[in-house]
Ligand binder design. Structure first.
Ligand code: GLN
Length: 503
């Protein structure tokens, strides 16, 4: 029997065995969306008709013995920052309201080729700026564990869709943590691949040198299977890496034996300590002990430049974002507001941007334009780039000593909606542990790490590996997941309470 709680890997088995059809599976998830999404608001757009049509095509292929891979027929949700042909793509912004792209992002194209029906587009902070999904122009997403709390961000919609069983799989994008941090606070798995490992073609850019799309799932194997589909070289992205990648599915299956003999694990000194929620640290330390029991060799590793990562990121990201967002000029696509009288082109641009962009987007455009202006460029953007180099050197030195680096994914569990909305600094601090990976391009995974003592909300465990060693994050992630199941019993998400009684 399967229900909307079945993992993608199990659905793949059931589809292969002819026990369910893709139409049934897809309908079941559409029913779940209809049942809970008025409370969760994970989706900005649901494409029931399109998804069922793709599901029927998948069933027909399978009947002919022509399934295109294990996940053919398993439905998926896609963050609204990826272009989808024929489906609205808003990036959570009013400025793109009503825009229907004439093309698919490479990631989306690969999902279609592999036969995954697309359920719809998920909510996000406007242009992926934020850590709570409260900066969406279409209203926040709610955390399925407690509907009064944030689901993380910017990809809170994808994480909440998977956590509330509205979708078995989702795609997110991670520029400074937007896959991993929502994973941590919703009890789901999120992977940021090596920069260049997944094509950015058709991903509406926030910061080109940091953005990377990746899997959002309920377990490590599902993430690996999805990564195998979306990853790999793409001629349409000049930063895409040309190489043969190993099978991540195989890495995850190997890891699931739970054996960490000989694996050298480094705990990053700078990614915990003062200001970290005690319950988050308790679960983290317990997981480290489990890894030791499973044969890992654990040492502490200092990466001194990481303390400057946040500052460097909040110069580099706004600098890139301010130039990326200049294309929203009301001339080519998106919102156009025409002021009364005989407005000039500049008047139209000004009025359209004023109405179309939210406060956080405006804040970053101003910051980025300032950091890039002549006279300040060297002092801000140039310095930030130097810090970026130092961070990469810290990673290089650390990975000389250890195979993987670990930390809690986020300093706290999900905070209350509204709590940090008027305090950008407090919001930015959520990404302390996730940002260094983006600045350096290394891969990382966040896996569910049990509930914090104080509030019984999910915490996350982050595993980082050297660039190109994405298979390692799956191997170690799957091992820790297996150790958790042995130690803590069944899947964490079964204990999510937000959608049950009273809510
Ligand atoms: N929260 C970070 C920010 O606001 C990360 C965003 C992201 O990864 N897209 O920039």
């Amino acid at each position: 029997m399967s229900d909307s709680r079945t993992t993608a890997a199990s659905l793949a088995d059931q589809l292969a065995a002819g026990e369910v059809t893709s139409v049934e599976v897809t309908q079941r998830h559409l029913d779940r969306i209809a049942e809970v999404d008025d409370r969760v608001h994970a989706f900005l757009h649901v494409d029931a008709e399109g998804a069922l049509l793709q599901a029927a095509e998948s069933d027909a292929r399978r009947a002919r013995g022509e399934a295109r891979g294990p996940l053919d027929g398993v439905p998926i949700a896609v963050k609204d920052v990826l272009a989808t042909r024929g489906l609205p793509t808003t990036c959570g912004s009013k400025i793109l309201e009503g825009w229907v792209p004439p093309y698919d992002a490479t990631v989306v194209e690969r999902l279609r080729v592999a036969g995954l029906p697309i359920l719809g587009k998920t909510n996000m902070d406007e242009f992926a700026m934020g850590s709570s999904t409260e900066h969406s122009a279409y209203g926040p997403t709610h955390n399925p564990w407690d509907l009064d709390r944030i689901p993380g961000g910017s990809g809170g919609g994808s994480a909440a869709a998977v956590a509330s069983y509205e979708a078995p799989l989702a795609i997110g994008t991670d520029t400074g943590g937007s896959i991993r941090q929502p994973g941590a606070v919703t009890g789901t798995v999120g992977v940021k691949p090596t920069y260049g490992g997944v094509s950015r073609y058709g991903l509406v850019a926030l910061a080109n040198s940091l953005d990377q799309a990746g899997p959002v799932t309920r377990n490590v194997l599902d993430a690996a299977m999805l990564h195998d589909i979306i990853g790999g070289h793409d001629l349409r992205d000049s930063t895409s890496i040309k190489r043969e990648w190993p099978s991540f599915t195989e890495a995850a299956r190997e890891g699931a034996a739970g054996d960490l003999t000989g694996v050298k694990v480094g705990i990053v000194t700078e990614m915990s300590g003062d200001g970290w929620q005690p319950g988050v640290m308790n679960r983290f330390n317990e997981s480290v002990e489990l890894m030791v029991k499973a044969g890992a060799e654990v040492v502490e590793v200092s990466c001194p430049s990481f303390v400057h990562a946040l500052a460097a990121y909040y110069l580099i990201l706004p600098a890139e974002a301010s130039s990326n967002l200049a294309k929203f000029d009301a001339m080519r696509f998106g919102l156009r507001v025409t002021p009364d009288g005989s407005p000039s082109a500049e008047d139209v641009m000004r009025a359209s941007r004023d109405a179309g962009f939210g406060d956080e987007v405006k804040r970053r455009i101003i910051l980025g334009t300032y950091a890039l202006s002549s006279g300040y460029y060297d002092a801000y953007y140039g310095q930030a780039q130097k810090i970026r180099t130092l961070i990469t050197r810290d990673f290089d030195a650390a990975f000389e000593r250890v195979d993987v680096l670990v930390s809690p994914t986020a300093p706290t569990t999900a905070f209350k909606l509204g709590e940090k909305l008027d305090d950008p600094m407090a919001m930015y601090l959520n990404d302390l542990a996730t940002i260094p990976a983006n600045l350096s391009g290394v891969p990382g995974i966040s896996i569910p790490n049990g509930l914090a003592d104080e509030d019984s909300l999910p915490t996350g465990f982050q595993v980082l590996a050297p660039a190109l060693a994405d298979d390692r994050v799956y191997r170690v992630g799957a091992a820790l997941e297996a150790l958790h199941v042995q130690e803590w019993g069944g899947p964490l998400l079964d204990r999510a309470t937000g959608l049950t009684e009273g809510n």
